[in-house]
Design a protein around this ligand. Structure first.
Ligand code: GRG
Length: 215
């Protein structure tokens, strides 16, 4: 629990407050899921390997291997062991959202410069979080999951991913990366070169305003 708390304190302090609003078991399950996602993100975002897709991909594949071992009941460390407790407490939690998040990070890593985002990537790195949380929130019967799946993914995407993309658009562009949806950029006449040159054009402002309104 201490290791989970210190990850949250460092990266997402607001989640410490959110956790206090949850039942103790739910809070510790959410914390275990958080630690898995955050450690994966740290592997990928590590500045030491950010210019080296091959190393990043190797790390992601290693994390996938660890996930499989965890699913077979063999955690490699205390944080994995905490996740195993969570998996046992929430048997409807399937491997798919974890595998999908890994796939999203992998496809991000192999594209050296420009990442096409859109709905699929947003699902992979954020919508999946909504799916992971469903069983913790008491949604585990098959037909309930089917009904809640769409809203859960939408919540993850809207709450985490799109806000993140807009917040980080400038530093990402400075790194030669654009995570804005390509189809909407084209529709609104937002020029890729202008974004990379950090120009805040009226078309770009329009896209930001439209994205915020839509969510
Ligand atoms: C503890 C509670 C109440 C909920 C936990 C909810 C969960 C599982 C959250 C996991 C979020 C996470 C770390 C996802 C990994 C992928 C992702 C969208 C990372 C974004 O991280 P930021 O720190 O916002 O951005 P940087 O990667 O740029 O640092």
């Amino acid at each position: 629990q201490d290791a989970i708390r210190s990850l949250m304190t460092k990266h997402d302090p607001i989640l410490l407050y959110v956790s206090k609003l949850l039942e103790p078991d739910v809070a510790s399950d959410a914390g275990a899921l958080y630690a898995w996602c955050r450690r994966l993100d740290e592997l990928v975002d590590d500045p030491a390997v950010s210019g080296d897709p091959a190393t990043t991909v190797a790390r992601i594949d290693e994390w996938r291997q660890r996930l499989d071992e965890l699913w077979e009941g063999s955690p490699r460390d205390d944080l994995d062991a905490a996740l195993l407790v969570t998996l046992r407490r929430n048997p409807s939690l399937g491997v798919q959202p974890f595998a999908d998040m890994l796939q999203g990070m992998r496809s991000d890593a192999v594209r050296a410069r420009r990442v096409e985002t859109g709905v699929q990537y947003a699902y992979q790195v954020a919508g999946t979080v909504g799916l992971m949380l469903l069983p913790l929130l008491g949604v585990s019967e098959e037909e309930d999951v089917a009904a809640a799946r769409g809203p859960a993914i939408a919540l993850g995407q809207a709450a985490i991913q799109l806000i993140n993309i807009l917040r980080d658009a400038r530093p990402d562009a400075a790194l030669g990366r654009i995570y804005l949806p390509r189809d909407e950029m084209a529709e609104r006449g937002v020029d890729e070169a202008a974004v990379l040159a950090l120009q805040c054009t009226p078309a770009y402002r329009g896209l930001v305003a439209h994205t915020l309104e839509a969510e």
